[in-house]
Design a binder for this molecule. Structure first.
Ligand code: ATP
Ligand code: MG
Ligand code: MG
Length: 593
């Protein structure tokens, strides 16, 4: 476990931290509700929830909702869903906005302690003061820095009361301009995110649409000013009694300011520690880029199975346990871990191998008529669900007409092809004897094989049966048993043609793989699917008891291996009379693109 040794064990040993009155570990997962979680976030989730769980402590889900311009209700719900899906349960759910009143008081307190001042400089002036921008000059304090405390206090109240518009006034922390750390150069504590009162009043209601700048999803129009991350995060950690504030290394330099603010206000100071981000190569994760993929029609939506958002991985059928075991396997340290999506898929494949049942799936069927089997012949063949006998088995019909996959037949034989060709034999998985192709028919227009004739090699009494070199999967035509089950299969391939779309010089949109989705509209599944659906925690139309709301697991929990083909799950586009499958992963890494 990643908590037993290494970085997180060292962090734990730095105790005792213990917040006032609480002698236990408290962590938080603090997403900004401004987008969907992706695979990278699952590391932060596993670290924060896992660390608390491992040490018998509490982890909170805290929405860091301090920027009303970027937040939407749908993200709140989706974030909570994904945490639950990964198997974690926040001890409580909080919002930074729960503390807006308290944070405001602390800001006034900070001003009184001569730790903050109201500044009216522009963005570019501030950049210059910080020694940045064109023609950079050494850092210097602005004229507002030394204004009297009372003046800052009344100006801050004026900000609160809507007398300033955005960019016209800021509350800045009075930190240390001599420090080498840019995170100490008078960071912004509060900014105005709402039109000035006099401007707002001129607007009609319809002009002030929802989610417009300055209207907060939870606090509405109450606030014109909003605290920044730098002001909010450490103080809310403190107010909530967080012991270990675990975040990613880009916040390392912010730790100084985190500590400074808590100390300056004389409040309890949690321990911020930083771990390395999980970076994925071979895909893009940033919101802006995913939005471009959607608007250009390269993917359908945020849960398109070709993406690595958590909702996309769920829809594609990746089990939450596979994600957790992947993250656990990477371990946690200060170093950023860059992983190719192929590596992730390998880990999903390993997980599924032992976890799911097996069925026969024919992606691109060709009918085979076995001429020496009578029309009305019906024989049941037993198919184990797995190598593991615990999974049990099911029975499928074997009849005169079966379907095999197009890739398992060739018109001419060759030394390196051990499946079906005219004159050669192949085994049908679990069928007692092999078949030999005798002739085939082709569509003159497409040139595609449309029908194969074959012979069943059941030996004469007393004769010996010669085992075939290989076995292929198949599905019999048996209308009375509703075999086969017809399906549409969606195979997913990499979205990009290179491993570094994020940094490609011509931009990620120039390296799109046109074959990232392959559709097989005529696929077939053996009738064992019914049993797998029955066993999956998926609500069924005629089930006696409706499952409790939080048990309403979706179709992707119907997962199985199509023998010799790939791992699949049901897609939510499936309905009572049409089955849609997603390919979760191929069976082998080098499967064709
Ligand atoms: P993104 O820009 O990718 O959405 P973010 O940092 O803006 O990432 P937040 O919503 O602020 O996302 O993330 C919540 C928590 O998840 C933060 O503590 C952040 O450090 C962590 N996190 C985000 N991305 C990763 C990642 N790739 N690996 C590990 N932790 C991450
Ligand atoms: Mg963030
Ligand atoms: Mg984010």
């Amino acid at each position: 476990s990643m908590f037993k040794s290494g970085f997180l064990a060292e962090v734990y040993n730095e105790k005792p931290v213990g917040s006032p009155g609480v002698d236990r570990i408290v962590t938080r997962f603090p997403p900004e509700p401004n987008g969907f979680l992706h695979l990278g976030h699952s590391k932060a989730i596993a670290v924060n929830f896992g660390f608390a769980e491992y040490h018998d402590g509490d982890c909170y889900l805290r929405y860091d909702d301090t920027n009303p311009a970027r937040e939407e209700e749908k993200y709140f719900t989706a974030i909570a869903d994904m945490i639950r899906w990964l198997g974690f349960k926040p001890v409580k759910t909080t919002h930074s906005s729960d503390y807006f009143d308290r944070l405001y008081e602390l800001a006034e307190d900070l001003i009184r302690r001569d730790g903050a001042y109201v500044c009216h400089c522009s963005k570019s002036e501030i950049a210059q003061q910080r020694g940045g921008g064109k023609g950079a000059i050494p850092r210097y304090a602005c004229s507002h820095r030394d204004r009297p405390v009372d003046e800052s206090l009344s100006e801050f109240r004026a900000m609160r009361d809507g007398e300033y518009g955005p960019q016209e006034a800021l509350l800045r922390m009075k930190q240390d301009l001599e420090s080498d750390n840019p995170q100490m150069w008078d960071l912004t504590a509060y900014r105005v995110i709402a039109p000035r009162k006099s401007d707002a009043e001129e607007k009609t209601d319809s002009e002030m649409a929802d989610n417009e700048i300055g209207v907060h999803y939870r606090t509405g129009n109450k606030w014109k000013i909003y605290p920044t991350y730098d002001f909010t995060h450490c103080l809310v950690d403190s107010l909530e009694g967080v012991t270990h504030s675990l975040c990613t290394t880009e916040f390392e330099t912010a730790r100084t300011s985190y500590n400074w603010l808590c100390d300056k206000l004389g409040v309890y100071r949690p321990m911020q520690r930083e771990f390395g981000r999980l970076k994925l190569s071979g895909t893009v994760l940033s919101k802006r880029k995913i939005m471009a993929l959607i608007s250009n029609g390269h993917v359908r939506d945020w849960d398109d199975p070709r993406l690595y958002t958590l909702i996309a991985l769920r829809r594609r059928g990746v089990p939450p346990g596979a994600i957790l075991s992947f993250v656990n396997g990477l371990g946690v340290s200060k170093a950023t871990t860059t992983i190719e999506v192929k590596k992730f898929e390998q880990s999903v494949r390993q997980y599924l191998e032992l976890a799911v049942s097996r069925l026969m799936v024919v992606l691109d069927p060709i009918p085979v008529i076995i001429d020496n089997i009578p029309e009305d012949h019906l024989e049941m063949v037993e198919l184990p669900f797995s190598k593991d006998p615990e999974f049990g088995s099911h029975h499928v019909p074997f009849t005169r007409k079966v379907y095999i996959d197009r890739s398992d037949f060739r018109e001419t034989s060759s030394k390196d092809f051990f499946r079906l060709t005219p004159g050669t034999s192949v085994g049908l998985l679990k069928v007692p004897f092999s078949i030999t192709a005798t002739s085939f028919e082709k569509d003159p227009n497409s040139g595609l094989v449309t029908l194969i004739h074959a012979r069943y090699e059941k030996p004469e009494e007393g004769a010996k049966f010669k085992k075939p070199k290989s076995y292929i999967h198949w599905i019999a035509d048996c209308p009375s048993l509703n075999s086969p089950i017809k399906a549409t299969v969606r195979n997913y391939n990499p979205l990009f043609t290179c491993d570094n779309p994020d940094t490609h010089p011509d931009g990620f949109l120039s390296v799109m793989n046109p074959h990232s989705e392959e559709i097989f509209p005529n696929a077939m599944i053996d009738i064992g699917l019914h049993e797998i659906i029955r066993k999956a925690p998926w609500p069924r139309a005629n089930s006696e008891a409706a499952p409790a709301d939080d048990l309403k697991v979706s179709p992707e929990t119907v997962r199985f291996q199509g023998m010799r083909v790939a791992y699949f799950c049901l897609d939510r586009d499936s309905s009572a009379d049409s089955v849609v499958l997603n390919r979760i992963v191929s069976l082998k890494e080098d499967a064709k693109k």
